[in-house]
Design a protein around this ligand. Structure first.
Ligand SMILES: Nc1ncnc2c1ncn2[C@@H]1O[C@H](COP(=O)(O)OP(=O)(O)OP(=O)(O)O)[C@@H](O)[C@H]1O
Ligand SMILES: [Mg+2]
Length: 1120
């Protein structure tokens, strides 16, 4: 068995008895000893029938591993050692399979392990239920609601480090498959007084410490908080109460993770923390006493920084908050006036505000979680409720909260008694089963004392709260003393029976609860029950900008005029507890009774006295006795029969007789001994659960047989249906196939018939065709023969006609020739005389016409230099020459007409050059096609020239400008000069500086000399004036100029234009020049080999100047 596997060793070696019903002897001592024994061996769970008794081990025992969960899954409760898993599994399966809503009620005093047990239940349910993305999300949300609610609703008390300070009932909702689909959490009265004050050794709610210790620094800064716990009055002093078992930092992360999983937005988380921070800050606001002038008390706030921070966190002006904490509005004679609060009242208002914010925020938190986990699909759900409510509490000083908590526990005990002791025993009697009544303490009397309408403590408290006059806690106590004077469970110092009781003090009363005596201090009962917040405080909170405040303080809405008093805390709690009881009663209950082994929260410490006390007040012994004397199982006959009828032949498949008789046959058939069961009036009672489990097992096995049978029938039916379907299909298919085959055969036959028909018709047609063809051939042959014959005849006729025609034509021709001959012979002399010249003239005219027309078409181009002329007959040579001249003259005129004045002048220059140099100077012919550019230096653009020109305006028309070599008269060396010829003057300029050297009127040039060679030398002969200036005395100029022909032609034309006479031009191999008074002869020689400026080398001798030049074509000796 898996139980003996290593992983489950913890469950091995059962110690004592696992079900207290089996105890022998069945005494309280034996029961406690059994618990102790098991506790010492870490077997913390023990059954009383189906009730689980759990002893808190205060240590971690590996009882909750996945393999153990797997072990308990779908197993009968007595198969394995006692465990919460077993009872949870039983409840889960009953819910899932029998559709019975379940509730698991966990009870026990504070620190007994209720909350832990509830977590174990949820863990088990989450593990064994279905899986899937949506289901897992729901499970995770349900599980994560625990740490979040614990952070806000649990606190360290002297009894328990993680004490639930609120009641929690959680309905987990499942679909028909048993998969969780959501849940609803109901919370019960939070112990909010803890927010303002804690007992020594206790702490405030965990969340305060978690936030301060766990939040990041920037979060704390944004909340205006510091990490120091002692910085906050409401936490001060609780640092010493640090919980060793708790890690606030780590728990903060768990809470944050939980909120994220549940679906809290970051804004919601921030707003929650803002409220927590504002409470911390408000707690730091202090009040100091002030006496007003009118004699009344007032107060001043002394920690304004804390007030400002709180106001900023709540989103209201600090002035408003300050007024709300120090003043209140009261009605005096129908008028509302503001009254100052005393310092004490101020502190009371501050604490009330802190408590109100916290408790309302807690309710909002529960509602918000419900929002996330609620079922939205609207499908029918099965429900499993888990109740984990604050346990029974007895402190040194017990107040209203403990009174409420303990009342709640009374009610739970009551429902336990109702369902397990009273109802069970009553049922035996009702059903007529033999039964010895077992005595037990019924706490209904205490419940009545607390809750009975009009006379119960809660009713009296409400009455006192609402009483006009000046009710106080003490007047309430007086009222209690009067009303409960004779009640056996009520004690007070004022009562006679307790006057000697030293344990009772003034201002207290004692209730003898089922779980023990608790002395309550009445101090604060009225206030806490009233649970009223000053209206002006609610209004101030309503005005806050914080996003949750309007929802938390709806009564602060100024438009809400209703002044109806809200229900008191006590009566509200009573209503919700009554509702809870109703809810629990409507479900199938399962119990976990938690026992606390010691008061020191220590492991392995079994305080027998403490346990005995709990065993007694929990009524566990009575529970064991009832279980032992009674029957473990009961069921209505019909239901039992319906469930197990397959186990006996007569009852299967239907039993027609009485159900009880059927059940008897059924049990006998199973061989169940008679003392194992009893027949009631309507129900069957089975003593031992094992009997039922055996029957369940047999039913399970039989179900397999039935399932096989059903399977057989179903398979048979399915196969037959399939067969019928196949048969039907086969008929359809064969019908279709036959149809198809018939069609195919018909088409083939039709096709074959057609082919045969075609062949026959073809044969017939061919025979006919042959016959027709023969006939046609015959006709055609006849025609051909006829045609041939006709052709023959026609040709013969044609030949005959042709011959006849030829004969006629020959005769005509001969006739013509003869007649021609005769005519010519007759007219020949006359023709020769008259027609001969006429014909000759005609021919000449025709030839002339042809010549002219040909010439017209072949005329040469319009270019005057075109030498071409078309060929012509010799006879027209004179006419051709004349026409050629005319044509040339005409095209020359036409060419000239195209010239403007400037071009004409250029032409004149060219003409002049031709006249002067043609056939006279070597190299002339090369210059003919080159146009005379004149201004080779682009002098008109030269700025310095422009300046010179401004001084001599008559030189504005430039005829020639170029750089020349001026030959020095004395030594024949040459120097570069700019020679400019204007229309009036010859100007010589120093080339680089543009300084004018000479300016000679052009008319002073009397003659020019050049050699016939290509030597660029030019001599300007200057007129000699006897009384002239030095220049005329200096004599002639000799230049070497690249454009000699152009220069000379232009100067000649200028002088001709100015003087209407051409200057002299000497073109000779020997030239003369006058230098000063002497005359020098210039002789030219070809053969210059070196490269010199101007292209000539000049050697000056006394009366001669030898000019050496280079002519590539001609090498002549000097003087040639
Ligand atoms: N099954 C268990 N295994 C180990 N430790 C346990 C177990 N049950 C309880 N405890 C320990 O006991 C402590 C108190 O348990 P728990 O908070 O469940 O008590 P409670 O009955 O809910 O008390 P209260 O009424 O004050 O809320 C837990 O914090 C845990 O340390
Ligand atoms: Mg708890």
């Amino acid at each position: 068995m898996a139980l003996h596997q290593g992983s489950l060793a913890i469950l091995e070696n059962n110690v004592g008895v696992s079900d207290a019903v089996l105890l022998d002897p069945m005494t309280e001592d034996a029961f406690i000893e059994n618990l102790r024994l098991r506790y010492q061996h870490n077997q913390i769970y023990t059954y009383i029938g189906t009730v689980v008794v759990s002893v808190n081990p205060y240590k971690t025992i590996p009882l909750y591993t996945p393999s153990i969960i797997e072990e308990y899954r779908s197993r009968n409760i007595y198969e394995l050692p006692p465990h919460i898993y077993a009872i949870t599994d039983e409840a889960y399966r009953s819910m899932r399979d029998r559709h019975l809503d379940q509730c698991i009620i966990i009870s026990g005093e504070s620190g007994a392990g209720k909350t832990e047990a509830s977590k174990v239940i949820m863990q088990y349910v989450a593990e064994v239920s279905g899986k899937g993305e949506n289901i897992d999300t729901v499970k995770e949300q349900l599980l994560q609601s625990n740490p979040v609610l614990e952070a806000f609703g649990n606190a360290k008390t002297n009894k328990n480090d993680n004490s639930s300070r609120f009641g929690k009932y959680m309905d987990i909702e499942f679909d028909y498959k048993g998969d969780p689909i959501g849940g609803v959490i109901t919370n019960y009265l939070l112990e909010k007084s803890r927010v303002a004050v804690q007992m020594p050794g206790e702490r405030n709610f965990h969340i305060f410490y978690q936030l301060l210790q766990g939040a990041k620094l920037n979060t704390l800064e944004s909340l205006k908080l510091t990490r120091e716990i002692d910085d906050y009055n409401i936490l001060k002093g609780t640092v010493d109460a640090d919980v060793a078992t708790m890690n606030d930092q780590k728990n903060f992360d768990t809470v944050m993770h939980g909120m994220e999983v549940i679906g809290f937005s970051s804004e919601e988380v921030t707003s929650l923390f803002q409220l927590i921070a504002s409470i911390l800050k408000l707690g730091n606001v202090e009040f100091s006493h002030r006496s007003n002038e009118d004699g009344t008390d007032g107060c001043d706030l002394s920690n304004m920084a804390a007030l400002d921070d709180a106001a900023a966190l709540l989103g209201c002006p600090s002035a408003d908050l300050s007024v709300a904490l120090t003043q209140r509005k009261v009605e005096v004679r129908g008028e509302k006036v503001k009254r100052d609060l005393s310092a004490n009242d101020g502190m009371y208002a501050r604490d009330a505000l802190c408590k109100a914010i916290y408790s309302r925020m807690f309710s909002w938190l529960v509602a918000r979680i419900n929002d996330s986990i609620k079922v939205t699909s609207g499908i029918r759900t099965e429900v499993m409720g888990v109740l984990d409510i604050y346990g029974f509490e007895v402190f040194e000083e017990n107040s209203f909260e403990q009174f409420i908590i303990n009342y709640c526990n009374e009610k739970l005990q009551q429902i336990f008694i109702e369902l397990t002791l009273k109802e069970e025993q009553e049922e035996y009697i009702k059903e007529g089963i033999e039964w010895i009544h077992i005595e037990y303490f019924n706490n209904a009397v205490i419940c009545d004392l607390v809750e009975k309408s009009n006379v119960g403590i809660l009713a009296l408290l409400d009455e006192e709260c609402m009483r006009p006059g000046n009710p106080t806690d003490l007047t309430f106590l007086e009222k209690l003393n009067q009303a409960c004077n004779n009640h056996p469970h009520y004690e007070s110092k004022a009562l006679k029976k307790c006057q000697n009781d030293k344990t009772l003090t003034h201002g207290t009363f004692r209730l003898k609860h089922y779980a023990g005596n608790v002395t309550y201090k009445v101090d604060g009962f009225l206030d806490k029950n009233n649970d009223l917040l000053f209206r002006h405080l609610s209004q101030a909170m309503y005005q806050c900008k914080h996003c949750l405040m309007k929802g938390l303080f709806p009564e602060g809405n100024p438009s809400q005029k209703s002044l109806k008093r809200p229900a008191t805390a006590g009566s509200q709690f009573k209503i919700s507890v009554t509702e809870l009881m109703k809810n629990l009663s409507s479900k199938n209950p399962n119990y976990i009774r938690c026992i606390k082994p010691n008061n020191s929260k220590a492991a392995n410490n079994f305080d027998e006295g403490l346990v005995r006390h709990q065993v007694r007040y929990l009524g566990l012994m009575e529970n064991v006795r009832v279980k032992r004397a009674g029957y473990a199982f009961r069921q209505i006959y019909l239901q039992f029969l319906y469930r197990y009828k397959m186990l006996a032949g007569p009852t299967w498949p239907r039993w027609a007789g009485k159900p009880q008789e059927g059940v008897r046959i059924l049990l006998e058939a199973q061989g169940v001994p008679e003392d194992e069961y009893a027949f009631g009036k309507t129900k069957l009672f089975i003593r031992n659960p094992k009997t039922l489990f055996d029957m369940e097992e047999k039913r399970r096995q039989h179900m397999h047989v039935l399932a096989t049978k059903i399977q057989c029938v179903f398979k048979g039916w399915r196969q037959r249906t399939l067969y019928l379907l196949m048969k039907r299909s086969q008929v359809i298919i064969s019908a279709r196939f036959r149809g198809y085959w018939g069609q195919k055969m018909y088409k083939r036959t039709k096709q074959a018939t057609l082919v045969l028909q075609c062949f026959a018709r073809g044969w017939k047609a061919r025979a006919l065709l042959r016959k027709l063809k023969r006939e046609k051939l015959e006709i055609e042959s006849a025609n051909v023969i006829r045609k041939f014959y006709l052709g023959y005849k026609a040709r013969a006729l044609l030949r005959k006609l042709k011959r006849e025609k030829l004969e006629i034509e020959s005769a005509i021709m001969i006739q013509k020739f003869y007649m021609g001959y005769k005519v010519r012979k007759e007219y020949q002399p006359r023709f020769r005389r008259i027609a001969g010249p006429k014909i000759a003239r005609f021919f000449v005219i025709a030839l002339r016409k042809k010549f002219l027309l040909d010439l017209k078409g072949k005329l040469p181009s319009l270019s005057p230099i075109d030498k071409e002329w078309p060929d012509y007959p010799k006879r027209f040579k004179a006419a051709s020459d004349q026409l050629r001249e005319m044509y040339h003259a005409w095209r020359c005129r036409k060419y000239r007409r195209k010239f403007n004045e400037a071009e004409k002048y250029k032409m004149k220059e060219k003409l002049m050059a031709s006249e002067l140099f043609k056939d006279k100077k070597e190299g002339y012919s090369k210059t003919v096609p080159k146009p005379f550019k004149g201004d080779y230096q682009n002098i008109l653009a030269n700025e310095k020239w422009k300046k010179l020109q401004r001084q001599n305006p008559e030189d504005n028309h430039i005829v020639f400008a170029d750089v020349v070599q001026k030959v020095h008269r004395a030594n024949g060396k040459s120097v570069e000069r700019l020679l400019v010829i204007s229309s009036q003057n010859l100007i010589l300029i120093e080339h680089h500086s543009m300084m004018m050297k000479y300016r000679i009127p052009i008319t002073d040039i009397s003659a020019m000399s050049v050699s016939p060679h290509p030597d660029n030398t030019i001599v300007f002969h200057i007129q000699r004036h006897e009384n002239g200036d030095g220049l005329s005395k200096k004599g002639d100029f000799v230049f070497l100029c690249e454009h000699t022909i152009e220069l000379v032609s232009k100067v000649c034309l200028l002088i001709k234009n100015l003087t209407e006479k051409l200057p002299e031009l000497h073109i000779a191999p020997l030239l003369k020049a006058r230098f000063g008074k002497s005359e020098v002869q210039l002789s030219f020689k070809n053969g210059l080999t070196e490269s010199v400026p101007g292209g000539v080398k000049i050697v000056r001798k006394k009366h001669t100047m030898d000019i050496l030049y280079n002519s590539p074509t001609q090498k002549t000796s000097s003087g040639s």
